[in-house]
Design a protein around this ligand. Sequence first.
Ligand code: GDP
Ligand code: MG
Length: 162
Amino acid sequence: PQPVLAVVGRPNVGKSTLVNRLLGRREAVVQDQPGVTRDRVSYDALWNGRRFTVVDTGGWEPSAKGLQAAVAQQAEMAMSTADAVLLVVDAQVGATATEEAVARVLRRSKRPVLLAANKVDDERTHADAAALWSLGLGEPRPISGLHGRGSGDLLDAILDVF
Ligand code: GDP
Ligand code: MG
């Protein structure tokens, strides 16, 4: 069976946009309003001749109420079902209490964890990405799901940890 990458993070950080970018096609539903639940969350991806499955956990997206606990639970679920976890953070917003809670969960993970500093649309916001070293999840990888910046490097890093 092909390896599975679970994409976790708060609503509206750009998980679905990034998933589409990783797939090279628009399949995951992008929402301007957070918290929309869908049933289909698994997609087949192909990079450098290797196949893997991407799970957009946006399908389990919680309401704003109890967000922190729900996203932490999403991370637990991801760790137990996936071969690697990608935490997506909106670098323009930075690490909130929710990301800190999720990072605490993910630091216990036996599976590899990658950190995407999303919405780094240009050079100016690179410093925002570096600030995410504070989460203790290793190197924040600057990316713009919207424009595609950094996506090749992220895909290489994903295949490296499988
Ligand atoms: P999700 O709730 O985490 O799945 O987030 P979505 O992918 O639905 O995106 C939420 C909003 O953020 C949408 O309005 C996207 O267009 C926007 N967005 C996503 N990625 C980027 C990015 O790299 N840069 C910018 N500026 N906006 C983005
Ligand atoms: Mg989504």
